[in-house]
Design a protein. Structure first.
Ligand SMILES: [Zn+2]
Length: 448
């Protein structure tokens, strides 16, 4: 860009004004003016104008040689009008979006340029790796679909049930590793119910929705950043402009919208110092319905024309994933080994055989006779640490498994000093059996 040519960078939310300004400044771009209420950075002479879409809709737009629309998939009516205004016909508009799949987006933009796909960004370290567990899903057989999405009222009835909500909480306690978590419910009642049950379980949970006053919302975010609040429940409020270090997403809001789904999971894909991965707990059946977020691509913009029956514009559609029998992790359909628990895909009878061996090890009379020595325990802890490292789990996971096995934490320094050692088949089988027992326990509780 030539220096005297102004650029408008339009963002759809107030919170994004601040984030954009600090991101630009962080990149050494200081020549910024802001168009938003009486913002302190108001300065029309600056070559880069960061503007809120709402302010632009109300005011005379500054002249510009280029317009960049952030979160272009949101397609505000005022932006659409602007783009089709003959006075702006010679100015190029560039839309930015991680989910450029909105209906009719192709009526306003000529071309889709895919800079990088989610999987590539994870591979390159720009986004966090993730693992998904899908231990239960609601029965949606009575929920109607309207205009491509579930009927919200019926969806709420199907999901806002005591057993299902209790299951979400139980899964987080078992799998969430006390990570900073965003939890998505169907609607306000559902999200508040989830918050309530987390509180009853002794987990510091708060609730945010579109009606939460800005100051209160900021206070909640501060408590979340400080680790005082572990979980924020919400109903689709926290999909854009949320600048939080989120390491677990609980998705309890079934959707048929790839955009909403990817935005929800996307809240947790940001990298952060010390963050190994994102854990996703899917209680909505979304992964089995839509696939992994890394599987969702479209090569073209939607032209807004009605689709013919059975027509699907998703290119090279990846087969839907499956769920590990052992630990309920979601994995690619063809994967032979579960990355989460190491379970090898095998016939049911073989799983049972492994299970049988476990009974021998883990419970029953023979187990009672087995009194491990201190060095056996230490060796076992070393094996757990090896498996933890292999799977990218924390040492906390190893401690937890140790406790599951021996009934106490590995508190003594000698045990804790055990370096990672390659695990025996017996230890690997025990780990696998615990995952199977976990899954069976869920089924026994009437949850499938
Ligand atoms: Zn598994």
């Amino acid at each position: 860009m030539e220096r005297d040519h102004r650029v408008i960078f339009a963002v759809p939310a107030l919170s994004l004004v601040e984030q954009t300004v600090s991101a630009f400044c962080g990149e050494g771009l200081g020549c910024i003016g802001v168009v938003q209420a009486d913002h302190v950075l108001t300065d029309p002479s600056q070559p880069v104008q960061v503007c809120s879409v709402q302010s632009l809709a109300r005011r005379e737009k500054p002249e510009a040689a280029l317009v960049i629309i952030d979160e272009a998939h949101r397609m505000f009516a005022s932006v659409n009008e602007w783009m089709t205004d003959p006075e702006w016909a010679n100015v190029p508009f560039i839309g930015l979006s991680a989910t450029p799949w909105a209906r009719g987006l192709g009526k306003y933009y000529d071309d889709l340029i895919i800079a990088a796909r989610t999987a590539e960004l994870i591979e390159a370290g720009y986004l966090s790796p993730f693992i998904v567990f899908a231990p239960s899903e609601p029965d949606l057989s009575d929920v109607a679909t309207i205009a491509g999405e579930f009927h919200q009222g019926e969806l709420s009835d199907a999901c806002n049930k005591s057993t299902l909500v209790g299951d979400v909480v139980a899964t987080w306690l078992a799998r969430g590793e006390k990570r900073p978590t965003l939890c998505y419910g169907v609607d306000r009642a559902h999200a508040e119910h989830l918050q309530q049950r987390f509180l009853e379980a002794g987990v510091a949970a708060e609730f945010v929705d579109a009606y939460t006053p800005v100051e209160e919302r900021e206070r909640i975010f501060r408590r979340f950043r400080a680790g005082v609040t572990k979980i924020i429940t919400n109903c689709a409020t926290l999909t854009t402009g949320v600048d939080l270090d989120v390491r677990c997403i609980v998705d309890a809001k079934p959707t048929k919208s790839e955009m909403l789904f990817v935005q929800t999971i996307g809240r947790g894909l940001r990298t952060a110092s010390g963050k190994d991965k994102l854990i996703v707990l899917d209680h909505a059946g979304n992964h089995l319905r839509l696939g992994l977020v890394t599987d969702i691509h479209h090569e073209h913009l939607d032209d807004g024309k009605p689709k013919k029956a059975g027509e699907d514009d998703r290119e090279r559609k990846a087969p839907l994933p499956r769920i590990c029998d052992g630990c309920s992790a979601v994995m690619p359909r063809k994967a032979a080994v579960c990355e989460a628990c190491g379970a090898v895909r095998e016939a049911k009878c073989e799983v049972d055989a492994v299970d049988g061996e476990l009974v021998e090890l883990g419970s029953g009379t023979r187990a009672e006779k087995w009194a491990p020595t201190a060095s056996e325990k230490r060796e076992f802890f070393g094996e757990l640490r090896f498996i933890a490292a292999e799977r990218g789990y924390s040492d906390g996971w190893a401690s937890h498994k140790f406790r599951e096995k021996f009934g106490h934490w590995p508190n003594d320094a000698w045990t804790r000093s055990a370096g990672p050692t390659a695990p025996s088949l017996k230890t690997r089988n025990w780990i696998r059996s615990r995952a199977i027992a976990f899954a069976k326990g869920r089924r026994a509780n009437g949850e499938t």
